[in-house]
Write a protein that binds this ligand. Structure first.
Ligand SMILES: [Zn+2]
Length: 285
């Protein structure tokens, strides 16, 4: 599933290709992608005549800002957008085609068919599902060590599931959580309230640095991810633990292990990320 760096890369590449274009028609061959309105004719009617101003991102969602509407789109497992000329052969698994008045088309392809599209009046999209409960953006200025600790440090649950929870911090998925925890030297099962301020500082720095570098390199192309121009990302070559089971740790040489934490496959170096016992004070009965 694309995470923040991949969605951000799609946003940037796509924005260059389609911003300023006006929708002339919409072809929908898989109505289940449409969530709001769910009726294909109504969905298409609302978009016809709309000019795309820009594309923004909120968490792992794309926000297509038209002059009088906002389309919220989630790629889920394998959704991808591409820009084509009218008449280009339509590839298998293309479910929605936005026809622009200059003869180009934005096509949405999704082998797994889990992606979603919602239409809203501008501004309403932030007040209703799926965007209304999203947490803080980790690359925004509002994400500070202080805000990070305020949201998470009192919680008694394991740090990995907390980082994956989009209601606290958005955009992090399995890849970047494993990478950030390794970089910070924190065990994924350490409870949030057992982390010291110095741990939070390392984790904060690791989240920012990992996501920033991944955005710079166009995200990680694992499975089918490509950007809005069909290009692969490069960050998969820089991953330190994710997908590196049984390979030597880049820091200490010990084998990277793969376990399960909170139901998710988890890559860890147990030497660099030791699980610390809770402080004696918290064991008092
Ligand atoms: Zn190590």
């Amino acid at each position: 599933m694309p995470e923040l760096p991949e969605v951000e890369t799609v946003r940037r590449t796509l924005n260059q290709l389609v911003a300023g274009k006006t929708v002339e028609g919409v072809t929908i061959t898989l109505p289940r992608i449409l969530q709001r309105p769910a009726e294909p004719e109504q969905f298409a009617d609302m978009l016809v005549g709309q000019t795309l101003q820009t594309i923004e991102r909120r968490g792992k969602f794309l926000r297509f800002i038209f002059d009088g509407l906002v389309m919220v789109s989630h790629l889920r497992m394998e959704g991808r957008y591409g820009v084509y000329e009218k008449g280009d052969p339509v590839e298998l698994h293309t479910h929605v085609i936005f026809h622009f008045d200059d003869g180009t088309e934005l096509r949405y392809k999704d082998v797994r068919q889990f992606g979603t599209m919602h239409l809203f009046e501008p501004g309403d999209e932030l007040l209703m599902p799926p965007l209304n409960k999203l947490g803080i953006e980790p690359l925004d200025d509002s994400f500070t060590l202080k805000s990070f600790m305020k949201i998470l440090s009192h919680r008694t649950t394991k740090i990995k599931p907390l980082l994956l929870n989009q209601e606290y911090v958005v955009g992090l998925g399995n890849i970047y959580v494993d990478e950030s925890l390794f970089t910070a030297g924190i065990h994924p099962e350490q409870t949030a309230d057992s982390l010291k301020r110095s741990d939070w500082k390392r984790l904060y720095d690791a989240v920012r640095a990992t996501l920033t570098r991944a955005v710079e390199t166009g995200g990680s192309s694992i499975k089918s991810y490509v950007d809005g121009q069909g290009e692969m990302g490069m960050f998969q070559d820089e991953l330190l633990v994710y997908g590196r089971k049984n390979e030597p740790c880049s820091r200490c040489g010990q084998s990277i292990e793969k376990t399960v934490v909170g139901g998710r496959g988890t890559h860890i170096c147990t030497k660099c990320q030791p699980l610390r016992k809770p402080k004696a004070s918290s064991l008092r009965s």
